[in-house]
Write a protein that binds this ligand. Structure first.
Ligand code: AFP
Length: 322
């Protein structure tokens, strides 16, 4: 049976009243931009500027901007402009971009245009994360539970999209003809796991509670958990997230004692919220170590939150260790 294209998938959802025409248009625009970003990433270093080179600029959070960060952001912004959405928030921009054409739709698209920038030149999976939610002019921030759609593209051996509009999660893969077609897979995160993802190089900066939890995993079969655990850390949220949707796991980027890391590294509006919406829709759990990510009220575009997500029972084990 022929696989369903994203366009026909969204048309069917619109006909069922599950998503609005404006949300469909924005999601198709994001797919178009992602196809171009995937091509740029795949051609990095072949007669093009080194896409992993530093531009000399920094984003609001002080992260050094790479060429592909800026290109991806520009591609997404220009592709969204005519779709009728009201505003665009980006990791790469201090302020929201307001689209005159979309003044009535009151839909915001928030994005990390290029997640995993440190991996651009290492041929490792990088991605684009996005969140769509309703907002009124003058207040472009909403809590995660208000999201109408969220997902991420992962540019790796396959270019894939995981998407939710509130009725579960669907997976798509970019085919040879340049179309995102639905994968024969209903993403659901197993409740238990024996695999964790954390940047262990930061362990001396973690709060004692995080150290205690990780130590119980490292103790393995002779420790309190009575089983051995494996560790993975990609340096790209989208890569670790996709693996967790495939086979379960727990991802942790907690707060730590480094300057600017008192709330961890990941940003609520365009990283933690979209990931948390997907994770909950796939029967997983996503928290800041205390409360569900989706219940946190955003107070600024680039606010950071500790992010712990994945297999629900394992996130609960982390909480009970606190
Ligand atoms: P970059 O986009 O700056 O590479 O950051 C990627 C990221 O936001 C997220 O994708 C990773 O999980 C995390 O940072 C990696 O952080 P560390 O480099 O501190 O391990």
């Amino acid at each position: 049976m022929e696989s369903l294209t994203i366009e026909n998938f969204l048309k069917a959802k619109n006909e069922k009243g599950e998503v609005s025409r404006e949300v469909c248009a924005a999601l198709e625009a994001l797919c178009s931009a992602a196809t171009k970003i995937a091509k740029l990433a795949a051609g990095n270093g072949i007669g093009t500027d080194n896409l992993g080179s530093l531009t000399g600029a920094e984003n609001t959070d002080g992260d050094e901007q790479k060429a592909l960060d800026v290109l991806a952001d520009q591609l997404i912004c220009s592709t969204l402009a005519p779709t009728g959405v009201s505003a665009y928030l980006s990791e790469e921009r201090d302020e929201a971009v307001i689209f005159e054409e979309g003044r009535d739709s009151q839909i915001v698209v928030a994005s990390d245009p290029l997640d995993g920038s440190s991996n651009i030149d290492t041929n490792l999976t990088i991605g684009t994360i996005f969140s769509l939610y309703p907002a009124k002019a003058g207040n472009w921030l909403r809590e995660g539970r208000a999201q109408q759609a969220a997902g991420f593209f992962a540019y790796g051996p396959q270019t894939v999209l995981l998407l939710t509009t509130g009725q579960g999660v669907d997976g798509f893969c970019l085919n040879e003809e340049g179309h995102f077609v639905q994968m024969d897979w209903q993403p659901q995160i197993p409740a238990t796991t024996k695999e964790f993802a954390i940047n262990a190089a930061n362990s001396r900066f973690w709060p004692a509670k995080v150290q205690r939890y990780i130590d119980t995993l490292l103790a393995g079969v002779d420790g309190p958990r009575g089983t051995n655990f494996n560790m993975r850390w990609n340096g790209s949220l989208v890569a670790d997230a996709f693996r967790i949707f495939r086979r379960g796991g727990i991802f942790l980027y907690p707060e730590d004692s480094r300057k600017n890391y008192e709330n961890g590294r990941l940003r609520l509006v365009y990283e933690a919220n979209p990931i948390a919406f997907l994770v909950e829709q796939a029967e997983g759990r996503a928290s800041d170590g205390k409360i569900d990510i989706l219940d946190i009220t955003p107070t600024s575009y680039h606010m950071r939150v500790p992010l712990i997500f994945g297999s629900a029972d394992e996130v609960d084990s982390y909480h009970s260790e606190q």
